[in-house]
Design a protein. Structure first.
Length: 217
């Protein structure tokens, strides 16, 4: 099958996200771009414990269905906007994890308190509210990602998390690292006041691990 590899990649990543509690039931969605104008994306309304690789939809970068028997995810406009308009993005993960939603509800960015949040280009901001499933949700996500070079995830206010990567696995890692950082910050807040890394400490970690400086990609 022409799109078998793309579908398998989306399916396997979705299963990993489910296993780690980052998405559940049919909430959350995953997409990958093949670099030739085709996007594989999870289907709408299909529980992931029942999904098979062949259920993954293939659309073009404008959201037109190219191949598949199901309707693409309701969040397709956001996925295709990011893949189309943000340079270098090859994979997108949108999670509905409890920690991501909880922090997104506060409207407050998540500061860099550990290396996991530095790995995703933190601090992690919260996008202005946009109704899920709309073109506007994609517009606000694209705006933040373009204005924060090097940022690999952002919170969607009152909604969840959007994570990106050069590859789909990179996007998965970004979502996973965010979840660790959010959980650490929450637990630390229960026992005291979390101490954020200073600019000097952040710069040192970036040097040691070869991470791009703020504003670089």
């Amino acid at each position: 099958m022409k799109f078998e590899t793309l579908r398998k990649e989306v399916f396997e990543t979705t299963m990993m996200l489910c296993e780690n509690g980052l998405i559940r039931l049919s909430a959350g969605n995953v997409s990958v771009h093949d670099g030739e104008g085709h996007v594989a994306i999870t289907p709408a309304g299909l529980r992931y414990d029942r999904m098979k690789p062949q259920d993954v939809c293939i659309v073009d970068l404008n959201g037109k269905l190219v191949d598949g028997e199901h309707k693409p995810s309701s969040e397709m406009p956001m996925h295709t906007a990011v893949l189309r308009e943000v340079s270098g993005v090859g994979g997108v993960v949108h999670t509905h994890s409890v920690n991501a939603i909880a922090f997104a509800v506060t409207g407050v960015e998540l500061p860099v308190v550990c290396i996991e949040l530095l790995a995703v280009g933190g601090p992690v901001p919260v996008a202005p509210y946009a109704c899920p499933g709309t073109v506007k949700a994609g517009e606000v996500a694209v705006s933040i990602l373009k204005s924060h070079p090097g940022l690999k995830c952002l919170m969607l206010r009152n909604h969840g998390l959007l994570a990106i990567g050069d590859t789909l696995y990179d996007a998965y890692q970004s979502a996973f690292n965010f979840e660790i950082g959010a959980e650490v910050f929450y637990r630390a807040s229960r026992v005291g006041t979390p101490i954020t890394l200073t600019d000097e400490q952040i710069a040192e970690v970036r040097r040691v691990y070869g991470m791009p400086a703020a504003g670089e990609v």
